[in-house]
Design a protein around this ligand. Structure first.
Ligand SMILES: Cc1cc2nc3c(=O)[nH]c(=O)nc-3n(C[C@H](O)[C@H](O)[C@H](O)COP(=O)(O)OP(=O)(O)OC[C@H]3O[C@@H](n4cnc5c(N)ncnc54)[C@H](O)[C@@H]3O)c2cc1C
Ligand code: FES
Length: 269
């Protein structure tokens, strides 16, 4: 089965001024996506812009696939203009998604802003087993809350300006959650922390902070990285990120092909 396919737009729902939910129906047989994988979406049927844009697999529906997006620049502005019935070109699913946790681990899913687009399918997959930490700048930035309420084991909402949920960043809230009140035995704290497995997607500073917290407390986990992409398949070397290596030499991996999901301990910030 080819990863190149055409899809018909079913609808393109505006959620607020800058976010939309795009539903599409593939017009040919397609490969099943896994949580954390992504697609390169052609935002125009002409050659302008030439490059497709990467978007996380958000959710499967009875009719097809959905993507949750934020308007950032020219390509996503064109995406906002997609109308029902239009046919677009897509490549995917691509990359390596989130690995499954062992049966004894408690997943902590952490999403900052539009990072919820990548994390949402994991919330669905964990079916009430996960703690979900979801933060945005303000309440308008919090998307799909009703759906998340029904899916998460526990949903902990935060906004930077305090307009909904806890006031502060999602990293502040995670830190509080993981901080012992001092009354628990050290061994017990350690065993609790190591029973967690983190999955995070969001802006780079958030991912870096989450990684530092996880490494500092001995918690394993994964982050989904974001880099500008041109090809999406490891050919242009445009999405390289630095990773740790055994030698002193700098080592790079491609976000599109080796990721976008990487073990927390692998990334060099
Ligand atoms: C794996 C992954 C998953 C993502 N998932 C989502 C998601 O689910 N939802 C979401 O909203 N966002 C997601 N993003 C971010 C999204 O891809 C960007 O917001 C989007 O590409 C912005 O496109 P734009 O044209 O609007 O912005 P622009 O800033 O105009 O372009 C963005 C990038 O496109 C490339 N580009 C544009 N023009 C050129 C050019 N002339 N030459 C070379 N490169 C060019 C560059 O890499 C540029 O930085 C994801 C990103 C990655 C890497
Ligand atoms: S986008 Fe071309 S190598 Fe990753």
């Amino acid at each position: 089965m080819s990863r190149h396919f055409k899809a018909k737009i079913i609808n393109n729902l505006s959620l607020n001024g800058k976010n939309g939910l795009l539903s599409m129906e593939p017009l040919e047989p397609v490969i099943n996506p896994e949580p954390g994988q992504f697609y390169m979406i052609g935002v125009s049927n002409s050659h302008d812009p030439f490059l497709k844009r990467p978007f996380s697999f958000f959710r499967k529906t009875s009719e097809g696939i959905q993507f949750l997006y934020e308007v950032r620049g020219r390509g996503t502005m064109m995406m906002k203009g997609f109308r029902g019935g239009e046919v677009i070109n897509i490549l995917g699913p691509l990359g390596k998604g989130y690995p499954e946790p062992g049966g004894d681990k408690t997943p902590l899913l952490i999403a900052g802003g539009i990072g919820i687009a990548s994390v949402f399918s994991l919330v669905e997959a964990f079916a009430k087993r996960a703690y979900v930490f979801y933060g945005a700048r303000d309440k308008e930035g919090l998307l799909m809350l009703d759906e998340l309420e029904g899916l998460a084991g526990e949903l902990i909402i935060s906004t930077d300006d305090g307009s909904m949920g806890e006031k502060g960043t999602v990293v502040d809230v995670l830190n509080d959650f993981l901080t012992s009140d001092g009354s628990t035995e050290l061994a017990e704290v350690f065993s609790l922390l190591t029973s967690y497995l983190i999955y995070a997607c969001g802006p780079k500073p958030m991912l870096e902070a989450v990684s530092r917290i996880a490494l500092g407390r001995g918690i394993k986990g994964y982050i989904s990285a974001e880099e500008n992409m041109a090809c999406g398949v490891g050919a242009c070397l445009g999405c390289a990120i630095k990773v740790k290596s055994q030698t002193l030499a700098l080592c790079y991996k491609m976000v599109c092909k080796d990721g976008p999901v990487f073990p927390i301990e692998e990334i060099l910030w």
